[in-house]
Structure formats: C-alpha cells, structure tokens
Design a binder for this molecule. Structure first.
Ligand code: AP5
Ligand code: MG
Length: 191
C-alpha cells in the first residue's frame, strides 16, 4: 500500500495536489477539512459544533477528527492506499493515526510537506475567498490565525515523522504542475 501524509500550512496546495495524486496513483483521498465541511452542509450536530472552531481558524478537538478518520479508513477497506490531507494536525492525532494503521498493518509510507512562504499563503487564500463561499477564507484575521495555529500546533507533527525517517520537504512555490512533478518524484523514490 502507498499511504501518504500530505502536509503543509493553510493554502499550501494540499487539496489541489491531492486531487492530482489520487488520479495518478489511484488512492483514496481523506481530507478532514472536506469531511467537516460535508458535515456542515448536511447540518449534522458534528458539523454545527465544528463550525464554531473552523470559523475562528482554530482546530476542531482531536477526538472528533480521530473518530472521523477511523470510520473513513474502515469504509475504504481494500483501496491501494490513502492520502491524508489536513490530518494529522497535532502530535496526538499523529500518534492515534499510527495506532490505527499499525493495527491494520498498513503504515504511512511518506510525509510530503509542502513549504510555502507566508505572503503567498495569504494571497492564495484571499484569492479563493473571493471566488468560493469558504467562510474561513473571507477574513484576513482568520487566515492569519489559521497560519499561527499551524505554526504552533501543527508544524511539530513534522518532527514526529522525521524521527521515523519519513519526512520529505517539497518546495511548494511555483506552478501547480511544477509542484506536482516534485511530489511524484518523491513518491516514485519510495518504491
Ligand atoms: P482544511 O480544510 O484542512 O483547510 P486548511 O488547512 O486551512 O487548508 P486549505 O484547504 O485552505 O489549503 P490547502 O493546503 O488544501 O490548499 P488548496 O489546494 O486548497 O481545514 C479547515 C478547518 O477545518 C481548520 O481550520 C480546522 O478548523 C478544521 N480541521 C480540518 N482538519 C482538522 C484536523 N485534522 N484537526 C482539527 N481541525 C481540523 O489551495 C488553496 C488555494 O490556492 C486555492 O484557491 C488553489 O487554487 C490555490 N493554489 C494551489 N496551488 C497553487 C499554486 N501552486 N499557485 C497558485 N495558487 C495555488
Ligand atoms: Mg485543503
């Protein structure tokens, strides 16, 4: 199996690149942000609860997202692999994911960490905010908070995978295709 953690700050291009990677390598795409927005548009209790955190750019509690991911892994039994996008976002989530995957004998193959300068992140997110209805892209203070939360709570997850010798940093500036080629090269090197 090929199991990828696609990592990086808000606006790094995780969702954009995941869409291309799943086509090429035929993986299942698990994005906690997309799952939470799906819950929200279905107006479930979970979605309504999560919105309170998302609108402020804060993280949804670990137990909520960990439970969500575990049920998605269950539902996708038999796939060629997973691409985890926006998860794990805390060390506790990384530890929980390792437990879930070790139990099933399907460990993480590689963490691909997209590195993008802050000014570019803000520019991309404000740009999307103008086109899409994503409420957390509308306000620069919410965007700044998402980046701050990434730096304090999420960036340390890189150390977790570095210790396992699985971290691969990828330059996330440039065109979408240039970045995709860098990601594919790193993936192909794992084989
Ligand atoms: P989530 O949905 O994961 O959002 P995020 O991390 O803020 O990341 P984005 O989706 O905004 O960015 P991306 O890296 O996917 O970039 P994209 O490809 O879209 O999370 C949202 C919220 O949900 C969190 O704040 C939190 O509250 C909650 N949450 C989710 N997961 C959680 C978890 N595990 N634990 C706790 N809470 C959780 O690209 C962005 C834009 O840039 C697009 O418009 C795109 O077209 C453009 N773009 C992409 N690549 C390029 C390029 N190379 N050049 C120019 N533009 C580009
Ligand atoms: Mg995304």
């Amino acid at each position: 199996m090929l199991n990828i953690v696609l990592f990086g700050p808000p606006g790094a291009g995780k969702g954009t690149q995941a869409t291309k990677i799943i086509q090429k390598y035929q993986l299942a795409h698990l994005s906690t942000g997309d799952i939470l927005r799906g819950e929200l548009s279905a107006k479930t209790t979970l979605g309504v609860e999560a919105k309170k955190y998302m609108d402020k750019g804060e993280l949804v509690p670990d137990e909520v997202v960990i439970g969500m991911i575990e049920s998605k892994i269950e539902q996708n039994a038999g796939v060629k692999g997973f691409i985890f996008d926006g998860f794990p976002r805390t060390t506790a989530q990384a530890e929980a994911l390792d437990k879930m995957l070790n139990k099933r004998n399907i460990p993480i193959t590689i963490m691909l960490s997209l590195e993008v300068e802050k000014d570019e992140l803000v520019k991309r997110l404000l740009g999307r905010g103008q086109e899409s209805g994503r409420s957390d892209d509308q306000d620069v203070t919410v965007i700044e908070n998402r980046i701050k939360v990434y730096n304090s709570e999420t960036a340390p997850v890189k150390g977790f995978y570095e210790k396992q010798d699985k971290l691969e940093s990828i330059a996330g500036m440039g065109t979408i295709d240039e970045i995709f080629n860098r990601l594919c090269e790193a993936i192909d090197n794992t084989k």
